[in-house]
Design a protein. Structure first.
Lengths: 357, 254
């Protein structure tokens, strides 16, 4: 077990807490930087998706994991980002500006859906966001002149200052850089007053507001930040797929995004990355498993069934997700003979008879 | 200028008049206690002051500013902090993080600075931490500084909640039954701290309390409430001896 001797307040807000951190993140960074040399074309493509979904995962994690607001309409923000990028690229806008606009327009959409969210909670908020997702999908389908309706939109490879990112490796580095930037922004946010206000809202709205947290402002802000990150993810997604159409931004996409945060581990940024990796790898595992099944035994809807099953099993048996599982394993070895069951069980809080609002 | 004044405050929930035209005035630097049997409307008065409920009638003044037209979070920004009878802490955060949220009204950094974690943010964070450590020292919470609130015993949570309220550097502190659920020793500590909060931190305290021993030890003035109405006001001894108070608690002699 590692004991950190604290001699300075700055130690608690430092990014790298100890040498072990530096080593493990350094190793991960080196592996990722070297990916174009060790990874096959297929693995590279999967890595693209994992990075893109990680950014989206960060966004949803800020909203659901840290602020405690549910969203079943996040595919809509993904769509806003993707279409902004597609249309702006077609209009010849430089990439730096178009991806910023993707973030800004998504954030604006986030504020729009954030406003009713101030009055809604739990399942009602879930329904409202779900409706929002369906509305955006419908708008994209119907607004033929702008979005091309069901015929969709084609995208060209990203071009930065005349440099065309045509190869897999070049696009990979773009995704990697943006993922790292988004991740750092989230980490910074969470160690500053705004992030603390988010967590306060998640744990107790009443006492957050008694501490001077403006609920309306901070909830809207959480929606905006979450949507902006999702928009950036959407823009990259559009480039990765090179063709976008309304059927990529349905309710199922939203549920897939929710799956990222729940499987990964709600309330941990690491969880967003683990969850993203999981939902990218899972379909591959399913298709491998299909090969072992006798012919005709694997129905076409197998993937949806497995996704649903995994989600339910995680919620019942591992509510802290993959990252929570990792924490448990790590603690087990750190404390070796002394680990006991229930160390991570969330205690039932004392009764709140004084229900307010 | 009065420090804190409540005039004709009232609220009705349907046919129930929970608080009925209560007026009180708290002077700067005193400990003012509201007592009363269960259901007298004590906590409701706190919720009215915190604007968690909209008052049906009456006005609340804090340093001559009318509160009832503000939003709930603005009350905290004026320097009024409170604790809850049944503890409303942030369960899945450490004690330190809970206290840091208390510093919310002293934040000075903008969102974009925080996203980049500029040196200004770092400096501000260190300053906040220092302020919080003072509270930790004051309430002797150093041992549990990094523990999750969810795993702490009730008595410690009560102190953590007091600490979170103190971390806001309030001018007026509302304590809702600070001794409920505490054992005699912990109640003793609480009495000691309330005294210190007034004497050394110069914070005015308005509290709701049942434990008459604690009340007479720390309060300067007491207001007794029954069925939403004021029945007596004065020093602890005066109120305790008041016939209306005895009647409210023990009933009339047959």
């Amino acid at each position: 077990m590692r004991f950190i001797f604290k001699t300075d307040y700055a130690q608690d807000i430092r990014l790298v807490k100890h040498g072990g951190h530096l080593f493990s993140y350094g190793l991960l960074g080196a592996l990722l930087l070297a990916a174009p040399w060790w990874a096959s074309e297929y693995v590279m493509s999967q890595l693209h998706f994992i990075l893109i979904y990680s950014i989206v995962g960060f966004g949803l994690m800020i909203l659901t994991g840290f602020t405690g607001q549910v969203s079943l309409g996040h595919a809509a923000f993904l769509a806003v980002g993707a279409y902004t990028e597609a249309l702006m690229q077609a209009a010849g806008v430089p990439f730096a500006i178009s991806i910023s606009c993707a973030a800004i327009f998504s954030a604006a959409a986030g504020i729009v859906i954030g406003l009713p969210a101030l009055r809604l909670k739990g399942i009602y908020l879930a329904i409202a966001t779900l409706a929002f997702g369906v509305i955006v999908e419908e708008i994209i389908t119907r607004w033929h002149t702008l979005t091309g309706g069901n015929e969709g939109k084609h995208l060209k490879p990203v071009e930065i200052l005349g440099w065309k990112l045509e190869s897999d490796a070049e696009f990979y580095y773009l995704c990697l850089a943006l993922t790292v930037l988004c991740c750092l922004a989230c980490v910074n946010l969470l160690r500053s007053p705004t992030g603390r206000a988010f967590v306060a809202i998640r744990d107790s709205e009443v006492s957050a507001s008694c501490m001077g947290v403006n609920l309306a402002k901070y909830k809207t802000m959480a929606f905006a930040i979450s949507a902006a990150l999702t928009g950036i993810g959407g823009a990259l997604y559009a480039h990765k797929i090179a063709f976008i159409s309304p059927e990529q931004f349905t309710l199922f996409q939203s549920i897939e995004l929710i799956t990222i945060v729940i499987l990964g581990g709600i309330g941990f940024l690491h969880g967003a990355v683990l969850g993203a990796a999981f939902i990218i790898v899972l379909p591959q595992l399913i298709s491998i498993a299909k090969g072992w099944l006798p012919d005709g035994a694997a129905p076409s809807g197998l993937q949806a069934v497995v996704f649903g099953l995994v989600l339910i099993l995680f919620i019942i048996f591992e509510p802290l997700g993959l990252y929570g599982r990792w924490l448990k394993i790590r603690t087990y070895f750190e404390l070796f003979p002394f680990y006991r069951k229930g160390m991570f069980r969330r205690q039932k809080s004392y009764m709140k008879s004084e229900r307010l609002r | 200028m009065s420090f804190f004044k409540v005039e004709n405050l009232g609220i009705r929930f349907g046919g129930v008049v929970a608080v009925d035209r209560v007026s009180l005035e708290v002077k700067r630097g005193e400990v003012f206690t509201i007592i009363g049997p269960n259901g007298a409307g004590k906590t409701t008065i706190f919720n009215l002051i915190g604007l968690l409920y909209p008052a049906t009638s009456g006005k609340i003044f804090f340093q001559d500013q009318e509160l009832t037209r503000l939003a709930p979070h603005q009350v905290a920004e004026l320097g009024i902090a409170r604790t809850f009878q049944n503890i409303e802490l942030f369960e899945h955060a450490t004690v330190l993080q809970n206290l840091l949220i208390g510093r919310h009204r002293h934040r000075r950094t903008a969102l974009w600075q925080e996203l980049l974690f500029l040196p200004a943010v770092r400096r501000a964070e260190l300053a906040q931490r220092e302020a919080v450590e003072k509270v930790i020292d004051f309430l002797e919470l150093a041992k549990v500084r990094d523990s999750l609130v969810a795993g702490l015993p009730y008595g410690v949570r009560k102190v953590v909640e007091l600490g979170r309220a103190l971390a806001t550097e309030p001018r007026l502190l509302l304590l809702d039954e600070p001794s409920s659920g505490l054992n005699p020793e912990e109640t003793d500590d609480m009495a000691f701290w309330i005294d210190d909060i007034r004497k050394h931190l110069g914070v005015t305290v308005l509290m709701v309390e049942h434990d008459m021993n604690l009340v007479s030890r720390v309060s300067d003035r007491v207001l007794a409430l029954n069925m939403g109405q004021t029945i007596a006001e004065g020093t602890p001894a005066e109120v305790q001896a008041h016939p209306a108070v005895i009647e409210a608690y023990l009933g009339k002699a047959a």
